[in-house]
Design a protein around this ligand. Structure first.
Ligand code: ARG
Ligand code: ASP
Length: 712
């Protein structure tokens, strides 16, 4: 009896537990399919991924490398987030046609706007190629040589694997070098802007609400894929026609209830779920706090200027949002890792892992792992911290230094490859920096520099500081550095005019450049080679650790590969959560909440008059429910950056939501996924359709979709 109950528990538990995981779509048969069906899924694994017939994967392309999107009509209509299409919406905006502020809706195909650099990429086929890639690798003893061989094998298989002329082979590693998978992909390059709500809907709540639940953002935008006459990828041409997809997602307006099955399909970027506890300790105690402090200072300076000056506000809007996004994420992540006791939990896991190692008699292979991790993480600590200071201060938050670093690379190209390479690089640099200077403000940047350089000098590891930073008078240093030609585009072009010799002489006489050079020289000599060397050892240890986890874990342990920007399936349920004592969040927000947050004229919480009007009249058409308009909902799907724009799909394969964020208490999920509090945030498709139909009056777009789940 007791045994039976235990058996039932064992069979039932894994199926109903919501433990996260980002799974490879071609390998769902078995454990995942069973779990999904137990959670309520009515499809089979081959409805999600199949090479021989159309399946869900044919409707889910990666959007411009960093986000996800989905096809929602037979005419190539494409849905993604507002924040994913932000760059395109901004690029088409002028003072007269300010689509960011007012929204944009193409009322016919002719009005759809082309985007020169935008592409979406579909997965045609997924194939395990581990044995080919690891062929001849295990006999090599040096780690660097091993990696070289792996890279050679990848290059040759990428070249030799069969594919159509317009397709591309891509090989990616899974489980830290324990598995290799080949993706045959096709990229469509004519993708036009179809519609976007105003930012007061698409970006409602902005940075204040970012990473936070309850949320009320209509974070969506619409595009359309165009193809040549044979439905194949082609560069923009007015002769191109709307793409006919192999599959598109029907949109459900049935609505969601607590515990409904959800599946999120997309391209999660990067997670590190199997780090040893020492690594997490370093992130929590050293690296995250340093990065947060740097961005904190940079953001405060920018914010001060943005509040006083409208022009600066526009110049810095996009930069500010992007710097603030990860600044806020690291704060949430650090808090979450502490609160969830991630380090202690990992230590316990490591202890149990060692017990299994001993039991299995595998001490020789895995017995020293944690001691080796300890040693290497201790050794890398100052290098990793220096690297973060250099990256954050020079390459990310002080634009004059970032620009200077590009010239530094130009000088290196000249030294290593000569005059012609220098010339090409110089032209490309001048062209690329034109955009940067449009949004560059030397006064703001100088203030940022003054703050950040003091942090760099006082908090980065002393042994790797250049002489220019030792005992510096920061005010004087700032004055000197900003007495540079790099403070204007005109000045930059002056510095870069003439042949290589002339340019080298001019830049090396510039005080701003001299300073960047002192930082970069020191970093590239003292920090990065040693960092790379230790990091290579850590990567090898991590690969061994991963192998051990795969080998020694019980079958039901659900070991999923870390995210690596490849197509993944994650699934769970619609579910609220309770982040702390006496606090409980429910799973859906409504338009009422938008009105509660409404601050007239505010740059984050303004609400368009038309939306207020629809709210007052409760004019929700077929999209409302019991007199209320749902806006966003949350679920237990394990997502990360890159999953933005991912479809949330119901038990039968219909689109119910559009993923765009995670909740504050669960932002640590990239390192430690806690099923009790980690939730992804989605826009309810009923809100998306309501905005398109009732707010924008773009009924023709609704007509082109396949709407299901309405009242009969
Ligand atoms: N936090 C979300 C993600 O990581 C949304 C970011 C865009 N929104 C913003 N306010 N910056 O990308
Ligand atoms: N907002 C993220 C994205 O843009 C998604 C996330 O990190 O949850 O991909």
């Amino acid at each position: 009896m007791k045994f039976l109950r235990l058996l039932v528990l064992l069979l039932v538990l894994p199926a109903y537990s919501q433990q996260g995981g980002m799974w490879i779509p071609s390998l769902l048969k078995g454990m995942n399919e069973t779990e999904m069906k137990n959670l309520g899924m009515k499809m089979s694994a081959s409805d999600i991924y199949d090479v021989n017939k159309s399946s869900l994967k044919d409707a889910v392309p990666q959007f411009n490398g960093g986000c996800t999107s989905e096809v929602i009509s037979s005419k190539g209509l494409l849905l993604t987030n507002h924040h994913c299409g932000f760059g395109e919406i901004q690029a088409h905006s002028t003072v007269e046609h300010d689509y960011l502020t007012d929204g944009f809706w193409a009322m016919s195909l002719e009005e759809e706007l082309p985007n020169p650099d935008l592409e979406v990429t579909f997965i045609v086929k997924i194939e395990d190629v581990t044995s080919q890639i690891l062929n001849g690798v295990s006999d090599i003893s040096s780690e660097a040589e091993k990696q070289k061989k792996v890279q050679e094998n990848i290059a040759s298989l990428t070249k030799s694997s069969p594919k159509e002329a317009w397709q591309e082979n891509r090989i990616r590693t899974f489980y830290e070098g324990n598995q290799y998978i080949l993706f045959v992909v096709e990229s469509y390059k004519d993708v036009r802007l179809v519609g976007a709500p105003p930012s007061s809907i698409g970006k409602f709540g902005s940075d204040t609400d970012n990473w936070v639940w309850p949320r009320h953002t209509g974070d969506f935008s619409l595009f359309r894929i165009y193809a040549d006459k044979n439905n194949r990828p082609a560069a923009y041409s007015k002769d191109n026609v709307p793409y006919t997809p192999k599959h598109f997602l029907p949109v459900s307006i049935k609505g969601v209830e607590e515990d409904d099955f959800t599946l999120v399909f997309g391209y999660p970027g990067r997670t590190t779920e199997y780090l040893p506890s020492v690594a997490v300790e370093q992130i929590v105690n050293n690296l995250n706090p340093a990065k947060i402090e740097i961005r904190d200072k940079a953001l405060k300076v920018a914010d001060g200027f943005m509040r006083k000056d409208k022009a600066i506000k526009i110049q810095y809007a996009s930069k500010y949002a992007s710097i603030a996004n990860y600044w806020k994420k690291w704060i949430g992540e650090t808090q979450g890792l502490k609160k969830s006791n991630a380090i202690e939990i990992k230590k316990k896991f490591e202890k149990e892992f060692l017990e299994k190692v001993n039991k299995a008699g595998k001490q020789a292979e895995y017995g020293n792992l944690f001691a080796d991790f300890e040693k290497n993480y201790a050794e890398i600590a100052p290098y990793a911290l220096s690297r973060d200071y250099f990256t954050e201060v020079v390459l990310r938050n002080t634009e004059l230094l970032t620009i200077g670093y590009r010239l530094y690379q130009l000088e290196q190209v000249y030294n290593s490859r000569g005059e012609q390479s220098f010339k090409d690089r110089k032209e490309a640099t001048i062209k690329a920096l034109e955009e940067t200077y449009k949004d560059f403000n030397a006064t703001v940047d100088e203030k940022v520099f003054e703050q950040l350089i003091e942090l760099y000098a006082t908090k980065a590891p002393k042994q790797f500081l250049p002489a220019t930073l030792k005992n510096a008078d920061y005010k004087k240093l700032t004055d000197r550095v900003y007495d540079s030609k790099l403070t204007s585009y005109k000045g930059l072009k002056e510095l870069l005019s003439g042949d290589a010799k002339a340019v080298m002489a001019k830049i090396n006489a510039d005080k701003g450049y001299q300073f960047v050079k002192s930082l970069a020289d020191t970093y590239l000599k003292e920090v990065s080679p040693k960092y790379d060397e230790i990091n290579l050892k850590i990567a090898a240890l991590q690969r061994t650790y991963m192998k051990g986890i795969l080998e020694l874990s019980p079958k039901e342990a659900r070991i999923f590969p870390d995210a690596n920007s490849t197509l993944r399936v994650t699934y769970g349920k619609v579910k609220g959560y309770s982040p702390s004592d006496a606090v409980t969040y429910s799973h859906t927000t409504y338009l009422d909440g938008v009105m509660e947050k409404y601050i007239p004229g505010d740059y984050e919480f303004d609400v368009p008059a038309k939306l207020i009007d629809l709210y007052n009249k409760k004019d929700y058409g077929q999209y409302g429910k019991k007199g209320k308009m749902p806006v966003c909902f949350i679920g237990t799907n394990h997502t990360t950056g890159g999953n933005s724009g991912s479809p949330a799909i119901d038990a039968k394969g219909n689109l119910i939501g559009l993923n765009f964020d995670r909740v504050w208490e669960g932002t640590m999920s990239d390192i430690y996924y806690d099923p009790a509090i980690c939730r992804n945030i989605m826009v309810d498709m009923r809100y998306v359709l309501f905005i398109i139909d009732k707010y924008a009056g773009a009924k023709h777009l609704i007509n082109e979709m396949k709407i299901v789940g309405g009242k009969k």
